[in-house]
Design a protein around this ligand. Structure first.
Ligand code: GLN
Length: 540
């Protein structure tokens, strides 16, 4: 049977054991790439066992970046990996949390939907979870649905999810496989790879009635076939179903490493499909350039609040990486913790960079320092890319230093400011609740001709994703325009400023939206591509 002729949806569940942070998201996304390459229509979803309704209200310290989909859902950052890897826009259907499940169950209880029954984890919560496994099929057809269960096997909070997938597999035996991701550590003292953690993790699964069909073993280095045989014997799978996943040079290499280990073949075989000889040509081309050591290096300063946690700016980092390929250069990120920047050390810290990027953010910590960095970029003609808060920063800086609006500020940071150059969005003023209440998701933007923005996009009609409460205050528009700021991107009704740029600067562009969410490996986002192009030019 040809792999592209599936008449029934197949389900792949991915769980993790031994340790967190083994990269279930990347493994799932990579498997998505391999199966899509086989001509199958694939989608990915993440089930997160925490009780928050979504990660929108969580600190990036705890949860990393909040990824935003076109439909305005604030999701786990793994959704970003999924979108980038399978090159497909996802939606609220693709990220389910325990909070959402309980919310729906309790609402049903209040509505009397359970007809007097005692509401219980089994069956009410598990039924709700099971309905979410197939939910995306109400809107589209898929050959394969890959569902990642967040957390690590053994966590109390993931138990209802694991029980739900156990039941689902029992009810759809032929159409499911379960992939378990574990760690095979190497003990240098004894010179051995250790399989015991994997055995224990699989034992833990068995205790709750789950069987792993494929075991993917993260390992720092390649291990011998005998390790596969040992894991196979103890964990009741074939040695071919034990897949070695060694540390990759970068995440985009993972699909190739897993293909090398024949993961796609193992999965297809268990669904009684044969592997087609399709090459991952585009993907390989991208990796080849990414790994090309001859690429010149350019330095980009990323001035942010969370510089010790790159997960907080994950999509920005990935978008910079994608831009390396069309620009044939290597981007070296110089992390600058905003709070460390002062008027005195600004030159020392920024004079060697070829571009300055200020990402999105909330709250006033580090804002004055970010304003210093924007000033440095403007005055020294260093390419500047401001994302959301990075646009507010550029506008405040310009107001204070060019228009001499003393202490101009955003209402977010100083409610009493005499010059509120950034103000609430019209419909945000009365909102008190935090979760899901910002201007979220994809909105159209009109681009003026003969601007750097138009040069980048080559069209005047774009759609980009937003996540903010504040916006440029149009009362100051004329003043800004007269002094050389160009409002190159506006909402279609021309009411909201979406992008600004400077006329007498090689490349100073800042946008209200988050272009980083839409960059894809082989389709570098126009703003990142042009920013890096300008930085490369600046480096010569
Ligand atoms: N804090 C700003 C706002 O809410 C910017 C948000 C962001 O950078 N995503 O408007």
């Amino acid at each position: 049977m040809s792999s592209s002729k599936l008449n029934k949806t197949k389900y792949i569940f991915i769980t993790g054991g031994v340790s967190s942070s083994l990269g279930k998201g990347i493994v799932g996304a990579s498997l998505g790439v391999l199966l899509k390459n086989q001509g199958l229509k694939v989608t990915l979803q993440k089930f997160d066992p925490y009780l928050n309704l979504d990660p929108g209200t969580m600190s990036p310290y705890q949860h990393g970046e909040v990824f935003v989909t076109d439909d305005g859902t604030e999701t786990d950052l793994d959704l970003g990996h999924y979108e980038r890897f399978i090159d497909q826009n996802l939606s609220r259907l693709n990220n389910v949390t325990s909070g959402m499940i309980y919310w729906d169950v309790l609402n049903k209880e209040r509505n009397g939907d359970y007809l007097g029954n005692t509401v219980q984890i089994i069956p009410h919560v598990t039924n709700e979870i099971k309905s979410r496994i197939t939910q995306c099929l109400d809107h589209d057809n898929f050959d394969i649905i890959i569902t990642e269960i967040g957390g690590t096997v053994g966590d109390i909070e993931s138990l209802p999810f694991l029980e739900a997938i156990r039941q689902f597999q029992y009810q759809n035996r032929e159409d499911c496989i379960h992939i378990h991701l574990t760690l095979v550590p190497y003990l240098s003292a004894s010179g051995e790879f250790k399989t015991k953690p994997t055995q224990h993790s699989v034992k833990e699964l068995r205790e709750i009635g789950l069987k792993a069909d494929v075991i993917i073993c993260r390992s720092e280095n390649p291990f011998p076939y005998s390790i596969k045989e040992k894991i196979a014997l103890f964990c009741d799978v074939t040695p071919e179903s034990v897949i070695m996943a060694i540390d990759a040079r970068n995440i985009y290499e993972v699909p190739l490493l897993l293909e090398n280990e024949k993961l796609d073949q193992v999965v297809l075989k268990s669904f009684k499909l044969t592997k087609q000889d399709h090459q991952l040509t585009e993907w390989k081309k991208f990796i080849d350039v990414l790994h090309d050591q001859k690429k010149p290096t350019i330095q980009i300063a990323l001035v942010g609040k969370y510089t010790n946690l790159s997960d907080s700016y994950l999509s920005v980092i990935e978008a910079l990486r994608h831009a390396e390929v069309p620009n044939f250069c290597q981007v070296n990120i110089k992390w600058i913790k905003a709070e460390k920047l002062t008027a005195d050390n600004c030159h020392d810290l920024l004079n060697d960079v070829h571009g300055i990027l200020i990402p999105g953010g909330f709250g006033d910590r580090g804002i004055e320092q970010k304003i210093l960095a924007a000033k440095y970029a403007r005055e020294n003609k260093i390419p500047y890319l401001g994302l959301c808060l990075g646009m507010h920063t550029a506008i405040i800086e310009f107001g204070r230093n060019v228009l001499k609006l003393t202490n101009a500020n955003s209402i977010e940071f100083n409610k009493q400011t005499e010059f509120p150059v950034i103000d609430f969005l019209p419909d945000q003023k009365s909102i008190r609740k935090k979760g899901g209440t910002m201007r979220l998701g994809s909105y159209p933007c009109f681009i003026k001709k003969e601007t750097k923005l138009f040069d980048a996009y080559q069209t005047n009609d774009i759609h980009e994703r937003h996540r903010h409460r504040y916006e440029f205050n149009n009362n100051f528009k004329v003043q800004y325009e007269q002094s050389g700021m160009i409002f190159s991107g506006l909402s279609p009704d021309r009411e909201l400023v979406e992008v600004i740029e400077l006329s007498d600067h090689p490349w100073f562009v800042a946008c209200q939206f988050h272009p980083e969410f839409k960059s894809r490996p082989a389709k570098s986002h126009p703003l990142f591509r042009c920013f890096i192009q300008a930085a490369k030019k600046h480096s010569i």
